[in-house]
Design a protein around this ligand. Structure first.
Ligand code: C2E
Ligand code: MG
Ligand code: MG
Length: 389
């Protein structure tokens, strides 16, 4: 039996039986539920690799399920099914793709068996594990892309006119589909390809920054750096040289270093960090709260910004202790002369709490998902600071 986890959300018993049979033929067991409520209940436990979703359900529509899957299981591949006409299906597909999901097929009911079989076989084939060689080929063929997630400034009046974004690597393999960044980074790290991956991202981002500048926009961009690339003291010089070539203002550039990599080999990291700052480039400490940095390290390393990890931000609405930790971290960062950005803001209440606590900036699905540069324009400019006087 394969490692596939197929979730079928379908209220019509006949259709469900057919889908279940096709899954068996393809060598995987499907979990079948008949309502939105049941789907939301089983999702965390199953975390499906493939979702077959009927859009009309007795207690609502499939859109809510798509949002939940997009938020918490973005690697899930989707097959949409509907009794409505092809236009409704087409719109639902666009919506799912805007949420960041990969849609394998949209099928009108009654679903022809061969189409369903083909779609499912397509989804399963993509489950094959990508290899280090696949990654090397993708880097060589310039197949990696970058998504940009806006970061809003809570201290800005009105529209956040000069937006800042974080660059996040994306890889859509032609046969296997989207490879989750976590898996890609782990693969690059195990196979000694972090330098190659990082430079692929830096080159793509610099090209994009040039395009934005020439189009009259000039967002600040931050790029993630893994621990592995912090072993080379020439990195700041090389980055600066390439930035100069593209006419990039160093003030528009920052690098995010996770708390754990900042503590890995600290003398060299300190030197690299200082050299970045001397060239006018900003530095953020990423995923703060998940590593083991001592207060001394925070004090010694020349960070401009601290990013509070998603795990604390996500708990703020429910837990007093999470709120206390976030507030204490904001005050600590401010006292050390850093600004604070909260990651993973998924609702207005959390954003409000952060604003009351004096947090400077925020990122998260509530504001915007990471999106392609084409979609970024409208999103970043359309965001109004609701707390501005
Ligand atoms: P990170 O730098 O902490 O990035 C934030 C991650 O949280 C991103 O995941 C983003 O899509 C996700 N996220 C943002 N807002 C929300 C939200 O409201 N809710 C939830 N549940 N998630 C949210 P992504 O893109 O999968 O990246 C995961 C990690 O992979 C990143 O964490 C970063 O450490 C690493 N990474 C991504 N791109 C690169 C890269 O180009 N180079 C390196 N070295 N690492 C990268
Ligand atoms: Mg980051
Ligand atoms: Mg982070």
């Amino acid at each position: 039996m394969s490692g596939e986890r197929v979730l079928v959300v379908e209220d019509d018993a006949g259709s469900a039986a057919v889908v279940s049979m096709v899954c068996k033929d393809e060598g995987c067991e499907a979990t079948i539920v008949a309502s939105v409520a049941e789907a939301l209940r089983v999702l965390p436990e199953i975390s499906p690799s493939t979702l077959i979703l009927d859009l009309s359900l007795p207690d609502g529509d499939g859109v809510e399920v798509l949002h939940e899957v997009g938020n918490h299981h973005p690697q899930t591949r989707v097959i949409l099914v509907s009794g409505f006409d092809q236009r409704v299906l087409g719109t639902a597909r666009q919506l799912a793709e805007a949420i960041g999901l990969e849609v394998i097929a949209d099928l009108s009911k009654p679903v022809p068996l061969d189409l369903l079989r083909g779609a499912l076989a397509g989804a399963l084939a993509r489950e094959r594990v990508v290899t280090a060689q696949d990654l090397a080929d993708a880097i060589a063929a310039d197949e990696l892309t970058v998504a940009y997630q806006p970061k809003i400034n809570l201290k800005a009046p009105g529209f956040a006119a000069a937006p800042a974004v974080e660059a996040l690597v994306r890889w859509r393999h032609p046969h296997y589909g989207n490879v989750p960044p976590g898996r890609m980074i782990a693969l690059a790290s195990e196979s000694g390809q972090m330098h190659a991956l990082t430079w692929a991202v830096i080159r793509t981002v610099f090209r994009q920054m040039r395009i934005w500048r020439e189009a009259g926009a000039n967002p600040a961009v931050s790029i993630n750096l893994g621990a592995e690339v912090l072993d080379d003291r020439r990195l700041p010089d090389e980055v600066s040289a390439l930035a100069d070539e593209h006419g990039i203002d160093p003030e528009k550039l920052s690098f995010e270093i996770t708390e754990s990599s900042a503590t890995a080999h600290s003398a060299l990291v300190l030197e690299i960090a200082t050299r970045f700052r001397l060239r006018g480039i900003s530095l953020s400490i990423d995923d703060f709260g998940t590593g083991w940095s001592s207060l001394r390290q925070l004090y010694v390393l020349p960070f401009n910004e601290l990013k509070i990890d998603i795990s604390f931000v996500a708990e703020m609405r429910r837990r007093e202790d999470a709120r206390m930790l976030v507030k204490a971290t904001i005050d600590l960062a401010h006292n050390l002369g850093m600004t604070v950005c909260a990651e993973g803001v998924e609702d207005f209440e959390t954003l409000s709490l952060l604003n009351e606590m004096g947090c400077d900036a925020a990122q998260g699905y509530f504001i915007s998902r990471p999106v392609s540069p084409r979609r970024l324009r409208t999103l970043a400019y359309g965001w109004q600071n609701p707390f501005a006087a």
